[in-house]
Every structure is written in structure tokens, then in C-alpha cells.
Design a protein around this ligand. Structure first.
Ligand SMILES: [Zn+2]
Length: 170
């Protein structure tokens, strides 16, 4: 077998393993239920500079625990302009989970986290300053699925953005 074929096979094997790891899913705000977010808010428009809202906002008291929705590895924990204090977790199935507007961050880059493990607290950082504290939660596929695209505004981006309502058991 040629070297490039071996490399290709290893990549396919790694990608496949990612899909085989089971997802264990937890609602990411401690004590929250499905009533703590608006199920219509995914892809709501107009939505500021983003155009459409590519996630859900789960409301809670300032400082309430934010836990990872999935087992995974922390790809990023730090500050970004819009999201404020954010944590980014790579979970099974090559899905990236984005937790934004945190008050405190309670994890660090490259940490392994379990589903339900504390990663931060609810806040109003980034472009949520002055708004009711909430967790913004988005899920992004690293491997796009073109059949999820639709005719909505920016609907082609649904190839990568997953509806968190469905993910969280809606
Ligand atoms: Zn949001």
C-alpha cells in the first residue's frame, strides 16, 4: 500500500471513530428546563449583525453553573468580541459546541470534559452586556451535510449549524 493511501485510510478511520463515540447530552444551564429558552429562537431574524440567530439563548440567574452538553475536549476557553467569555467543546460526531456570554470560565483549553461537567457560569459578557443574563448555545458540524440546507435566510449555513432544540431532546 502506498504511503498516501495509508494516510488517507488513517484519516477515514479517525473520522469514523468520531462518529461511533456515543453522545451523552445534558441541558447546559444547571436547573434549566426546556421552558428556559424560546424554542422559536433558532434561526430567528432579524438578529443584529449576524442576520439570523444561529443558536438558542437559555436564560438563568447571573452566576448559575454552565455545564458541557456533551463529553468532549475544550478547543478554546477565552474571550471573543461578540461572544464575550466563551468555551468551545469538540464532542462526538465532529460537532463543535459553543457556549457564550459566560460570566466566569471554569475550564481551560485542551481539558477533557464530561457531559454535565461545570465549564463556566451564566453571564452577560460580549455583546450581551446589559441584557438579561443568558447562555448562548450553538452546535456546529465540522463535516457539513448539504441536505440540511433550506430556503431560509442564510439557509445554506444549516449545512453546519444544528438546531439545539432537537439536539436537547425537542
Ligand atoms: Zn444567542
Amino acid at each position: 500500500m502506498s504511503k498516501s493511501k495509508k494516510i488517507l485510510l488513517s484519516i477515514v478511520a479517525i473520522l469514523t471513530v468520531g462518529f461511533l463515540v456515543p453522545e451523552r447530552i445534558t441541558i447546559p444551564v444547571v436547573g434549566a428546563s426546556r421552558n428556559d429558552w424560546n424554542q422559536e429562537s433558532f434561526w430567528f431574524e432579524p438578529w443584529g449583525s449576524s442576520g439570523v440567530h444561529k443558536g438558542i439563548d437559555i436564560f438563568g440567574k447571573m452566576g448559575t453553573g454552565v455545564v458541557s452538553t456533551t463529553d468532549g475536549i475544550v478547543l478554546y476557553a477565552g474571550q471573543v468580541a461578540k461572544g464575550g467569555n466563551v468555551v468551545v467543546v469538540l464532542g462526538p460526531k465532529w460537532r463543535v459546541h459553543y457556549f457564550a456570554h459566560l460570566d466566569a470560565i471554569n475550564t481551560s483549553m485542551l481539558s477533557l470534559v464530561g457531559s454535565g461537567e461545570l465549564i463556566g457560569t451564566v453571564g452577560d459578557s460580549g455583546n450581551s452586556k446589559g441584557k438579561p443574563p443568558h447562555l448562548h448555545y450553538s452546535i456546529v458540524r465540522l463535516i457539513p451535510v448539504p441536505w440540511a440546507m433550506d430556503g431560509a435566510t442564510q439557509g445554506y449555513k444549516k449545512a453546519v449549524f444544528i438546531d439545539p432544540n432537537r439536539y436537547l431532546g425537542g
